[in-house]
Design a protein around this ligand. Structure first.
Ligand SMILES: [Zn+2]
Length: 162
């Protein structure tokens, strides 16, 4: 028997103004993208902003539906936009923010499990790390070096080979 530990670390900043200019701009775009959410049920408006290798920033926001499983998270809205509008373009970083109409938006929140799976596969496909920047509309910021750190032992295409 062997107990295996995998380290997890992230960088914490007290305030958005401590970020480097590129990360600052990306998080601001994610904050603005929260206004594009359709979230009449949860009132939890999420915004994602992806920095592409061609310099373009792609935004996404969560889109809910009365049939709840039909809804989609901000992260996967943005990822799908990159697939369809900028095929072959690498994603260098993703910022994620939220505007909680039912409460505070003063601390970072992380992608849900499905989005972690999507981000991990995207990172694997492009063979390039995706930096993750997490922050609310106010408060501290977390930066995670690359997306797949969020999903240890992720299921991947390699698991299906024989
Ligand atoms: Zn999600």
């Amino acid at each position: 028997m062997e107990k295996i530990s995998r380290p997890f670390s992230y960088i914490r900043y007290d305030h958005i103004d401590s970020l480097d200019p590129k990360d600052h701009a990306l998080l601001q775009q994610a904050r603005r993208a929260t206004s594009l959410a359709y979230a009449p049920y949860s009132k939890f408006r999420v915004g994602a902003a992806l920095q592409l290798s061609n310099g373009i920033i792609v935004s996404g926001a969560n889109q809910e539906n009365a049939s709840f499983p039909a809804g989609i998270c901000a992260e996967r809205v943005a990822l799908s936009t990159v697939s369809s509008q900028y095929p072959g373009c690498k994603i260098e970083a993703m910022a994620l923010s939220y505007d909680n109409k039912a409460g505070e938006s003063d601390h970072p929140v992380s992608p849900c499990g499905i989005c972690r799976q999507s981000l991990a596969e995207w990172e694997q496909r492009q063979s390039f790390p995706i930096k993750i920047i997490l922050g609310g509309l106010t408060g501290e910021i977390y930066i995670i070096e690359f997306a797949s750190l969020l999903l240890p032992l992720a299921f991947s295409a390699g698991d299906m080979t024989v």
